[in-house]
Design a protein around this ligand. Structure first.
Ligand code: UDX
Length: 442
């Protein structure tokens, strides 16, 4: 059993704290947000993450997991041997990562620490931040107490964060002090994963490069999808055929309305920013971002192709979250698509199983509906924006009957073109040529 303090109770911090406790460690999770900590102390979660609540409750009950707003209590109370920094690094000016929360955490750690510590950075931070954190901690210490900084980037997907923590493809640790990295490695031994130890900057870069590569895979298949549409090929089959090649792999080759969320957009932009500042010209990454932006606009182009003028047209969005199994709408394609449609003069409605309360705050003009059938009633078109499982099993004949016009733009390719046309829909997927004659149209 090790004693660990985790700073930050967002989805990364909370998952890390709860899972480390579940591995038998004693963990204190610190967040400056009093409301969040009060909720957590009652065993309630401020975010929607499958399986996490149960782990949090179980470990609180076993006295392995506690929550506090006090850095002193979190770091010195246990006392902690490791302090994980897992605070947000939102997008700042010009795509540069905003490090104010990391700075605040490092300052507070320096101010309160009364014993030697290994500081583990989990937040996604620009390359070189590990050294910067060390400087801040040192500058805030009242007396010199030894500490070591280790970078340990997270690769947790929202919606499967607990599974990803417990079943990692690899653990990356970067430090200038190998012994410190090896101590952190001990925490992960029960997971029986590959552990890679490297230097600080390389570990930080692995995180950016991994996310940028995944975003590239998606933008690549989206570009292929657009070419498929022009040539009458089916991108789903193309992705399957490509995926059999082990060097390529099938994952992250689902064409659609593009990538969003709290990580990919900000991380790709931050990497571009770092590159440009250091005199590089990241052509590929810039194209990856541009393709993603256009992918959302394409939905509106497709609607205009069918409906012509969107003024007064009632368009229903199936899904608002940036992907299924989360209520997160950060950088969600739905936000941009809704904005574009409103600008065209359309009446925009939406339904999402969990993300509507979040979306209502930023999209006051969008009418939220109780279910997909209410959404379909009188609609001129429906757009599948998020691939929630429940959308895959809708009563489509009923949906068609309820709609004013049976137009469906399937932004996630969850339906089969042939079946949809047999049901009488005017259907457009993404990159799904269907009649082998070089056209996606009837
Ligand atoms: C991502 C990384 O996967 C994770 O390793 C990192 O730590 C955080 O960022 P997450 O943001 O939770 O995780 O989402 P992810 O499941 O990776 O999906 C990102 C976006 O890509 C979503 O909008 C999703 O809809 C989209 N996507 C994904 C596609 O459009 N096609 C695909 O084939 C896969």
């Amino acid at each position: 059993m090790k004693r660990i303090c985790v700073i930050g109770a967002g989805y990364v911090g909370l998952t890390t704290a709860a899972c480390l406790a579940d591995l038998g460690n004693r963990v204190a999770c610190v967040d400056i947000n009093e409301e969040k900590i009060a909720m957590l102390q009652e065993g309630r979660l401020p975010i929607f993450e499958p399986g996490l609540e149960e782990i949090v409750r179980r470990n609180m009950k076993a006295s392995r997991l506690s929550f506090t707003t006090s850095y002193e209590e979190g770091i010195n109370g246990l006392p902690a041997e490791f302090v994980f920094i897992a605070v947000g690094t939102p997008e700042g000016v010009d795509g540069e990562a905003d490090l104010r929360y990391v700075r605040m955490a490092a300052e507070r750690i320096g101010e309160v620490m009364d014993h030697p510590l290994i500081i583990v950075n989990k937040s996604t931070v620009p390359v070189g931040t590990g050294d910067w954190v060390a400087d801040i901690v040192r500058s805030r210490q009242r007396q010199p107490i030894p500490f070591w900084v280790v970078s340990n980037p997270e690769f947790l997907r929202e919606g499967s964060a607990v599974y990803d923590f417990m079943n990692p493809d690899r653990i990356v640790l970067g430090s200038l002090d190998r012994e410190a990295a090896e101590k952190v490695a001990q925490l992960y031994l029960p997971l029986r994963s590959t552990i890679m130890i490297t230097d600080l900057r390389t570990a930080e870069m692995i995180k950016y490069a991994s996310n940028a590569f995944l975003a590239t895979k998606i933008s690549f298949i989206n570009e292929i999808a657009n070419i498929c549409e022009a040539l009458g090929a089916d991108v789903k089959e193309v992705a399957a055929g490509m995926g059999y090649d082990k060097r390529i792999g099938r994952a992250f080759l689902d064409a659609g309305v593009g990538w969003g969320g709290s990580c990919f957009p900000k991380d790709v932009k931050a990497l571009i920013h770092m590159a440009v500042v250091h005199g590089c010209h990241p052509q590929l990454l810039q194209a990856v971002v541009e393709i993603n932006r256009d992918q959302r606009r394409r939905v509106v182009w497709k609607l205009k192709e069918i409906l012509e003028d969107l003024r007064g047209m009632v368009i229903g969005l199936l899904g608002l979250a940036f992907k299924p199994n989360t209520d997160d709408i950060r950088e969600a394609p739905a936000l941009e698509i809704a904005g574009l449609l409103l600008r065209e003069g359309a009446v925009v409605r939406a339904y999402d199983p969990v993300a509507m309360p979040n979306a209502a705050r930023v999209l006051p003009q969008v009418i939220m509906c109780a279910d997909p059938y209410e959404l379909a009633e009188g609609a001129d078109a429906l757009v599948v924006v998020t691939d929630w499982n429940e959308f895959k099993h809708l009563d489509l004949p009923r949906i068609k009957q309820l709609m004013r016009r049976p137009v469906i733009i399937d932004g996630r390719n969850i339906y089969e073109p042939e079946m949809m046309r047999e049901l009488g829909f005017i259907y457009r997927g993404i990159g799904r040529g269907y009649n082998r004659t070089g056209s996606d149209r009837e």
